[in-house]
Design a protein around this ligand. Structure first.
Ligand code: PHE
Length: 345
């Protein structure tokens, strides 16, 4: 018996490649079968003298183990019969995990607002995102060339017509459509996506979301508006929330106001979120201008009403203290997954 006999088989085994199970079985027989090369060496081993046994016993056993391990490896890697050389199908392998989706923070806030106003008896109304000039501006007391149109920089779809198509700049257009369609009493909120030609930055975006509301009936007063907004603010930001109203201007409401809520972070003491004022601006509102009621066929001597509108991203920013608006539109999974545990609503 010679050392080279063992080394030769070791080298062959190292190089051995099998494509199919049949080839693996042939290799097994060639080395380990009754007349196999390794078996032959064991037969030879029995006849050698004692002094040599000590030298070759260990080497032979190691050789046998290596060959067996290699055959097992080849068996696992080779294709099953009929599978034409493809990789072996392992049905027990764990699958790729699906990334679970979660509700978008803007949807969470919208649903919360809708639920609050539903409790007050408001219905949800929707309308087209591509609107005409009439429903976005004209019927809302923005005559052509009125400077107030500059407050909402508009994307036009078709210019040059009397009533051009454009991307709505606010969902007040849905309120106009509701007034055209229904007789008072009217109580609706209009959630939806709006578009303004703004450069994208941490504080502005060309797309955002609003919820606007409208209430029209006989004898509706500014006190009703104040009460509705106060109740909403307390439901949304907590029972201790205070509101304050500052005079403002919108062409479609008179008088108009902007509403601040007491800062729910520092409770009015002043912090960097409320910039030391203790107040956070959340919405615009006012009593519907009689011109707007008349334009939609509602008798302004009989009926009055209030309207309000707020930006959802702004409310979400206050709620979760996310200070860059762009996060809401980039769909970065790391950001969205922060809201995966938000309550199912
Ligand atoms: N439409 C206004 C805006 O988009 C918000 C608003 C709605 C103000 C209703 C007053 C009344 O800015």
């Amino acid at each position: 018996m010679k050392r080279e006999d063992i080394d030769k088989i070791l080298a062959q085994i190292e190089e051995l490649k099998c494509k199919t199970q049949k080839e693996v079985e042939e290799a097994r027989v060639r080395f380990l079968g009754k007349k196999g090369e390794v078996t032959a060496l064991f037969d030879e081993f029995r006849g050698i003298d004692k002094a040599q046994k000590a030298e070759f016993g260990k080497a032979l056993n190691e050789l046998k183990q290596k060959v067996q391990a290699k055959i097992e490896d080849l068996k696992a890697g080779a294709a099953d019969e009929g599978a034409a050389g493809g990789p072996k199908l392992d049905l027990s392998m764990p699958g790729d995990p699906y990334e679970l989706g979660s509700r978008h923070p803007v949807s969470i806030v919208r649903q919360e607002i809708v639920d609050i106003f539903r409790k007050f008896g408001y219905d949800v109304a929707e309308g087209p995102e591509i609107e005409d000039d009439y429903h976005v501006f004209e019927a809302l007391n923005f005559p052509a060339n009125h400077p107030a149109r500059d407050m909402q920089d508009t994307f036009f779809v078709s210019a040059g017509h009397l009533n051009p198509l454009l991307l709505r700049t606010h969902t007040s257009s849905v309120q106009v459509r509701t007034m055209e369609r229904m007789a008072p009493p009217i109580r609706v909120i209009c959630p939806g996506r709006v578009f303004r030609n703004e450069a994208i930055s941490a504080r502005a975006h060309c797309i955002f979301h609003q919820v606007e509301g409208l209430y029209i009936d006989e004898g509706v007063t500014f006190a009703d508006l104040k009460q509705a907004i106060l109740l909403f603010a307390r439901e949304m930001f907590g029972p201790d929330t205070q509101i304050r109203m500052r005079p403002s201007y919108f062409p479609f409401t008179e008088p108009s106001a902007e509403v601040d809520v007491s800062c729910n972070i520092c409770h009015g003491k002043g912090c960097n979120i409320c910039k030391g004022t203790g107040w956070l601006e959340i919405l615009g509102c006012g009593m519907v201008d009689p011109n707007v009621l008349e334009a939609s066929g509602i008798d302004s001597t009989k009926y009055s009403g209030f309207a309000f509108g707020m930006g959802l991203e702004r409310i979400a920013m206050l709620k979760w203290r996310v200070n860059d608006l762009r996060h809401y539109f980039e769909n970065d999974m790391r950001f969205l997954q922060e809201f995966a545990s938000a309550p199912e609503i």
